[in-house]
Design a protein around this ligand. Structure first.
Ligand code: ARG
Length: 574
């Protein structure tokens, strides 16, 4: 469709002075109803420039424009509606998809430029919560999208593996913990100790001093303190790894906060030299008043560093190491100010790449009414959430398709897919409420619905092979299908939906909004299901059957590519 938009934009901008193709591209719309054309130009905003009524402009353009790919135009109350040549369109869309296969939708606009994406980044010794899950899912989707468009990506898990919380954990462990429990169930047990510490400190504030003392020991390299710290990290990482394995998410670097311990001094030095640091009762901070922001604390009274200090240092390190074109940070919006503050500091330090730092905030996830025991607020054990989803999908499969091969694996792909898709279902900035019913449903706008539609397309193609008569279209030069046979409305709408895939991916990248792809997949699945109900595929007439199979094959490819981009598997049978 974008190709057609471009043809129209070129033509119209050549006819109207002062309007570029790019401006024209932005003006063209896809009408909600196909009666209103395939592409439409609202002439209202041109009215001022041309000093003519919109209706007049539409009429006039209609006379002047001549594009072979456009079959006819209609001028309707200030809109110029374009109807494209369906046969030509069907041919290009299907052959493009079948030829490109798993590369359909990909491009080379990145030309090897590097994008560093900081995502997931849980805190060890604090719980991995649903917010970290959402960061993992959004970050991973951005990683896939950028890679698909030809960028080189570096996925960084900026683990929260340093800080006073470790002092607290050491205190709690020594008083109320034991090694066996931690070895058996690290996350649960560390969480219990974390909660216990916070309860006890209410009664006895001396515990806080003790915790701080342990952290100071860590910073001074005390071997006992570091030994415990290392152990907490190892066992927590093993647990996180289980979640990453379930999600099928990987990172290129696990350089966490502690990685920067020996790299902050020169940065503090530079800040001082640039007169950006100010002393305030023994602590050091950067004033940001003139930018309407609270000051950013860089060094505490006791000389220890902070979250800001580490982020500034890490960004400089990443620029020096990866020469990034963009560095992206995916966290919930409660950290907006934090990122604004330190992005500003990088700018004040005169780094020209300050403009390439991008915070991608997202809304909170809550589990209210989900029937899932949340233990404390939104803190739940993520692995349980995923396992529970897998179990529920398994029950559905048992009931609907008990003879399915490889049930375990498929339940895993669909159950985990449902949770991922749920996190990507709306604009990222919106808060979401997790509901089991909604997330796991095979109908409605869910991951299982899209995956199931993909499996349905696969099953049609399998049946066609089994019944031998149909030769499957291969998309090579000697294609044996005739696109002219696709002319009913559901077929044409499906073709339109298919053709929107590449531009949807590009828009998702520009807006850093993977949910555009999940919503696109729902639309495509719906268009396919309408076609499936309206148009019998395995018909007697071989020519019609072949072209419809070609269309099904194109749907299968596109759904699969789209699911991959947002981190979901596309099982062939469910
Ligand atoms: N560990 C942080 C948290 O859980 C997120 C880190 C995000 N990345 C960063 N470079 N600040 O809130």
């Amino acid at each position: 469709m974008q190709h057609y938009k471009k043809l129209i934009a070129d033509e119209v901008s050549a006819l109207i002075e002062d309007i570029s193709t790019e401006d024209m591209m932005l003006m063209l719309e896809y009408p909600a109803k196909s009666e209103m054309g395939d592409i439409s130009l609202p002439c209202f905003s041109l009215s001022k420039l041309l000093r003519k009524a919109p209706v007049q402009i539409a009429e006039q353009l209609k006379e002047q424009i001549n594009i072979t790919a456009v079959e006819r135009m209609e001028s309707v109350s200030g809109y110029l509606n374009f109807y494209i040549n369906q046969e030509q369109f069907a041919k290009t869309v299907i052959s493009d998809i079948l030829n490109k296969g798993e590369r359909y939708g990909s491009r080379d606009i990145g030309q090897g430029r590097t994008i560093v994406i900081d995502y997931s980044s849980p805190n060890i010794a604090k719980p991995f919560h649903v917010g970290h899950l959402r960061s993992t899912v959004i970050g991973n989707a951005l990683y896939q999208i950028y890679s698909f468009l030809g960028y080189k990506c570096v996925g960084v898990n900026h683990l929260g593996d340093w800080g006073t919380q470790f002092g607290k954990l050491i205190v709690a462990y020594q008083r109320w913990g034991n090694a066996e429990d931690i070895e058996r169930d690290a996350i649960d047990e560390l969480f219990r100790l974390y909660v216990k510490f916070h309860q006890e400190v209410e009664k006895d504030s001396a515990l806080d001093d003790e915790a701080r003392a342990w952290f100071v020991k860590m910073e001074q390299g005390d071997s006992e303190a570091l030994h415990l710290w290392n152990w907490f990290i190892d066992i927590s990482m093993k647990e996180f790894q289980k979640i990453y394995d379930l999600l099928d998410v990987r990172f290129d670097s696990y350089a966490g906060e502690s990685f920067y311990n020996d790299k902050m001094d020169p940065v503090i030095q530079q800040l001082k030299e640039q007169n950006l640091l100010e002393e305030d009762q023994g602590a050091w901070l950067v004033r940001l008043d003139s930018f309407n922001m609270a000051p950013a604390l860089m060094l505490k009274k006791d000389g220890s560093s902070l979250y800001h200090t580490r982020d500034v240092t890490a960004a400089i390190y990443r620029q020096e190491t990866y020469h990034f074109d963009k560095a992206i940070y995916v966290t919930d919006y409660s950290q907006n100010l934090h990122f604004q503050q330190w992005f500003k500091i990088i700018e004040l330090m005169d780094y020209p790449w300050a403009k390439d730092l991008v915070h991608v905030p997202f809304g909170r996830v809550s589990l209210e009414g989900s029937g899932f025991s949340t233990r404390k607020g939104n803190v739940i054990k993520l692995e349980d959430l995923l396992q529970q989803a897998i179990l529920k999908i398994k029950e559905i499969i048992e009931a609907k398709n008990p003879n399915l091969d490889n049930k375990e694996e498929i339940a895993k792909q669909v159950g985990v897919g449902a949770v991922i898709f749920n996190d990507l279902s709306g604009n990222r900035i919106k808060d979401i409420v997790f509901s089991w019913e909604e997330a796991l449903s095979f109908e409605g706008e869910t991951g299982p619905y899209v995956q199931y539609t993909h499996a349905r397309a696969c099953s049609v193609l399998r049946k066609a092979i089994d019944s031998a008569e149909g030769t499957l279209p291969r998309g090579q030069s000697n294609v044996d299908y005739d696109p002219a046979l696709l002319h009913n409305e559901t077929e044409f709408n499906l073709l339109k939906a298919l053709s929107l895939f590449p531009e949807t991916i590009e828009l998702a990248l520009v807006k850093l909004e993977p949910s555009l792809i999940s919503r696109y997949l729902v639309d495509l699945a719906q268009a396919f299901n309408r076609f499936y109900h309206d148009s019998p595929i395995l018909v007697e007439e071989l020519a019609l059957r072949n072209v419809r199979l070609a269309l099904v094959q194109a749907v299968k490819i596109t759904l699969q590519n789209g699911l991959r981009l947002i981190g979901l598997q596309a099982p062939e049978k469910i």
